[in-house]
Design a protein around this ligand. Structure first.
Ligand code: ADP
Length: 404
């Protein structure tokens, strides 16, 4: 059986085709700038799990349906062909950002589920409508395939109510669903399970602090394999400082922006989602660039790095208390996997929590799951490369395999 994993954004479609049961990647790629003047496709094919060829096409792609049809053609025809018949793709697994309380598990999508998803779009207006478009066009292009939605919020549906509720009038929750949902759940679930299995610990008794540092950043306290607290809330804006989002701040700022600076909601939205975080402090949202400026003693970059690190450390402290016992701290995503500097700064002087980094292990280059703690460290420190597409396949298998 083959499973296509699809991640639909407002102007992009990212995809990976997997062969089961091996879970080996056959092809991957992305369609970018859909609906714009210069759209294009990057497509890679793999043999025995390693990339064996790639092509880049500049073609006009007016909408997501045309984009997906082009992907299907690349998978089927010519020297990029990895399938003989479109019907070999039995399942399409879709990343859906917000499942609210309705969806705590991967879900087979039918017309009813699509309706429910449309109703939830108000909770994630930047993401869910595009995810829904991805499902709709996939139903048209891969007519015979099962469509499965996997939700970024699902892993966090185990949060207890005293954690997910905000101290605002009840009706905001009961009528409008205003509560913390948490995001990056697919990544936190994947890396925490990987870490437990790597350490030979039963997932059901594994306690970890999972730190996902990409463009978006979030942390999760995982107790006995379940998410019990996470740093993002109603939307992916809260918690840690990110590339362009602020993380936690006093919400009165929004009143000030409106009342005193006369900004409208669209302007506030742009300020908080696109122009805050590292970008707000340094003008740069790419952490590599900020680190470079930090090393050149640029004062704004110094401030930004100190703010970025301090937040992570503060959440480590909070989650150590929430968990009681921490077996491992896990670093993942673009920054977490690739920046020994950030990992070192985060772990400095945390002996109080039993956390001690080994500098040589931390700086040794590797793309594998690995331990980086000092031999005296009570807590294991791990770098685990995340793989959200593979986790979507894992969840699709759990859903579609009887008895699991
Ligand atoms: P996304 O959240 O879009 O999936 P990624 O997980 O790919 O993002 O992470 C992107 C971020 O990782 C960027 O801010 C980039 O600067 C950062 N990054 C990648 N490699 C490094 C590195 N070696 N050092 C510091 N930051 C890095």
């Amino acid at each position: 059986m083959k499973v296509l994993v699809l991640n639909a954004g407002s102007s992009s479609l990212k995809y990976q085709l997997f062969q089961l049961p091996e879970k080996q990647v056959l092809a991957s790629g992305s369609v970018e700038r859909i609906g714009e003047s210069k759209s294009g496709i990057k497509h890679k094919v793999y043999q025995s799990g390693s990339a064996s060829g790639k092509i880049t096409l500049e073609v006009e792609i007016p909408d997501h349906k045309v984009g997906l049809e082009k992907i299907a053609r690349l998978l089927l025809h010519g020297n990029t062909s990895v399938i003989k018949d479109q019907e070999e793709i039995e399942v399409v697994g879709h990343r859906v950002v917000h499942g609210a309380e309705k969806f705590s598990r991967p879900t087979l999508v039918d017309a009813g589920v699509l309706d429910e998803l449309r109703k939830l779009s108000y909770l994630a207006p930047l993401h869910n409508p595009a995810n829904i478009t991805g499902i709709e066009v996939s139903m048209q292009v891969f007519k015979k395939a099962q469509q499965v939605a996997v939700f970024d919020t699902a892993f966090h549906q185990t949060l207890p109510s005293h954690v997910y509720r905000y101290a605002v009038p009840n009706e905001l929750y009961t009528k409008h669903g205003f509560r913390a949902y948490g995001f990056h759940g697919t990544s936190h679930r994947y890396v925490s399970r990987e870490a437990a299995s790597f350490l030979g610990i039963d997932n059901d008794s594994f306690n970890a602090i999972s730190i996902h540092l990409g463009n978006g950043c979030s942390m999760t306290a995982v107790k006995e394999g379940k998410s019990i607290d996470t740093s993002m809330g109603l939307t992916p804006m809260g918690g840690l400082m990110m590339g362009t989002r602020p993380g936690d701040f006093d919400p009165s700022l929004i009143l000030f922006l409106g009342h005193a600076l006369k900004m409208n909601f669209d302007e506030v939205d742009k300020l908080l989602n696109k122009n805050s975080g590292l970008k707000g402090i340094t003008g740069e949202n790419d952490l590599r660039e900020v680190i470079k400026q930090y090393e050149e003693n640029d004062p704004q970059a110094q401030l930004a790095i100190h703010m970025y690190i301090y937040r992570i450390r503060k959440y480590i402290g909070a989650y150590a208390v929430a968990l009681g016992r921490v077996d491992a701290v896990i670093f993942t995503a673009g920054v977490g996997e690739n920046s020994p500097f950030i990992r070192k700064e985060v772990c400095t002087e945390l002996d109080i929590l039993g956390i001690q980094l080994d500098e040589a292990l931390n700086s040794a280059p590797s793309e594998e799951t690995r331990e980086i703690q000092h031999e005296d460290s009570r807590v294991k420190l791990l770098v685990v490369p995340t793989n959200e597409e593979l986790e979507i396949v894992n969840e699709v298998v759990e859903l579609t395999t009887p008895g699991e």
